[in-house]
Design a binder for this molecule. Structure first.
Ligand code: NAP
Length: 446
């Protein structure tokens, strides 16, 4: 991969990149099939991704006609890499085996190593014979919706496809590597004003938040809407607050430290709740929730923005869902895409039906939504919340930071990019958007 790296850093053209021979192996970060039981008996919090994530050479798979090889300059840690690396809620090798039963191209994914990672920026180095819109040398970012477009169920909204998968989580050959193999319909243009690592972090969380709050497939905001956002400086939340601000809504961000409160204020969010300082105890014990604590949160929200939230942006799950359903406005929507703290959810259904509320499930984004969310990144209308950067060799440590909730925004990972700060092609746009705004999370995280 060194020759690709040198060519990309020297700004080589399409023909030169296409003429570089493909290597037999590449460096990737992976978990191993023979280690899926390594954390048995431990609490989730004690399962350490540094032990389960390995970085070394793995074989380059063959390219299918509708795919591209991308030399990865940078990638990012997503929570799904944490799940894969602690083998929860289940080992991801089952996903690969199921994909393997779909045909010869699917069978390539069945290996004893699962190369993980669901975000990347980089350069296309080869395309399959059926690829029309991309060619070697294109600078791209990759979204993680992996869809079989021969399935009729994929042709209304591809997130409804019966065999929809998340690349690098439910497929092999993910983005935490020097090379990745993706379907051509996962490619999107890289934002020209961003560095490789700033561009790499956005597609997964930005597109997910976009579908939840902007697309008609989620709970689209209207001007003036109050939107309660849990984890408002986290991966999803840091995009969610920007979409609400851009759409003329009023975000109410919930975070867990004074530093995060400051960060949100700097991002333009006035209404912020520090859940740690407030000391909410929604669960009085493992089985019992305390309605008076839900009420206290509701009062705090009203004190800040005058009304109950029209929309609640949910993802912590078991710990917060009861409170989310309670505080949501009459006829409002709780839109949820995850359950970090537990997926067996309990809420008081009387508050849902008597006040005509809706719980709306959402999952990643279709290509159109990911493309439109990426356009906002490319135009500088959504900022990349990059707070820290690790090398690929330190991927376990980077995943541990997210697992332990020690990070803000997103953590970038350098793959073929030798240092931070490379890859900006449009310095004028960067200047117009503002260096200070683009690096806001990085300066807070430093
Ligand atoms: P993240 O970067 O770790 O951010 C999550 C934030 O949630 C944290 O910063 C934390 O903020 C808050 N939080 C964590 N536990 C909480 C609790 N018990 N109560 C209240 N707040 C809590 O993760 P992320 O990237 O935003 O992802 C969040 C979840 O969504 C993960 O489970 C991930 O797998 C899932 N996800 C799903 C999709 C999808 O397409 N379905 C896409 C992306 C992510 P504070 O401590 O500051 O409050």
């Amino acid at each position: 991969m060194k020759r690709f790296q040198e060519a990309i850093l020297a700004d080589a053209g399409s023909e030169e990149i296409a003429s570089i021979p493909m290597p037999d192996t590449y460096r990737g970060a992976y978990v191993r099939r023979d280690e899926v039981d390594m954390f048995e008996g431990l609490d989730s919090a004690d399962k350490d991704p540094r032990k389960s994530l390995h970085v070394s050479e793995v074989p380059v798979p063959e390219l299918a006609p509708d795919e591209a090889y991308v030399a990865v300059m940078a990638s990012a840690i997503n929570f799904n890499t944490v799940w894969t690396s602690i083998f929860e809620p289940l080992p991801t090798f089952g996903f690969l085996d199921r994909l393997g039963r779909e045909g010869i191209w699917g069978a390539r994914h069945v290996r004893d190593e699962h190369v993980v990672g669901s975000d990347a920026s980089g350069v296309v180095v080869r395309v399959g014979s059926a690829v029309r819109n991309w060619r070697p040398g294109d600078r791209v970012v990759i979204h993680c919706n992996y869809v079989d477009d021969q399935d009729p169920s994929a042709h209304d909204d591809s997130m409804l496809a019966a065999n929809q998968r998340i690349w690098g989580f439910e497929t092999n050959f993910g983005g935490l590597a020097d090379l990745t193999v993706v379907k051509a319909n996962q490619l999107m243009p890289k934002a020209a004003h961003l560095t490789w690592e700033e561009a790499a972090i956005n597609a997964l969380c930005n597109s997910t938040a976009y579908r939840m709050l902007v697309s008609r497939n989620g709970a689209p905001i209207t001007q003036g809407d109050r939107v309660l956002i849990w984890g408002a400086t986290g991966g999803l939340g840091s995009y969610a607050v920007q979409h609400v601000l851009n759409g003329g809504g009023v975000p109410v961000g919930v975070v867990s430290s004074a530093e995060k409160v400051d960060l949100l204020h700097d991002l333009g969010v006035d209404a912020v709740i520090d859940r740690k300082a407030a000391g909410y105890k929604f669960w009085s014990d493992e089985f019992t929730q305390d309605e008076s604590e839900w009420r206290r949160l509701g009062k705090d929200i009203r004190a800040l923005v005058g009304e109950d939230p029209d929309i609640v942006f949910e993802h912590p799950g078991r710990q917060t869902m009861g409170a989310s359903v309670f505080v949501c406005k009459r006829a409002g929507t709780i839109v949820t895409c995850a359950a970090t703290s537990g997926y067996m959810i309990e809420y008081d259904n009387r508050h849902l039906w008597m006040k005509l509320k809706t719980i709306k499930g959402s999952h990643f984004a279709n290509y159109r939504e990911a493309w439109d969310a990426n356009r906002l990144i490319c135009e500088g209308k959504v900022l990349p919340p990059l707070s820290a950067v690790y090398s690929l060799d330190e991927v376990g440590e980077a995943a541990l930071q997210v697992h332990r909730n020690l990070h803000e925004g997103k953590i970038g990972v350098l793959c073929l990019a030798p240092t931070e700060g490379l890859g900006v092609e449009d310095p004028e746009l960067r200047e117009r958007v503002g260096e200070d705004r683009i690096t806001l999370f990085r300066r807070h995280g430093a």
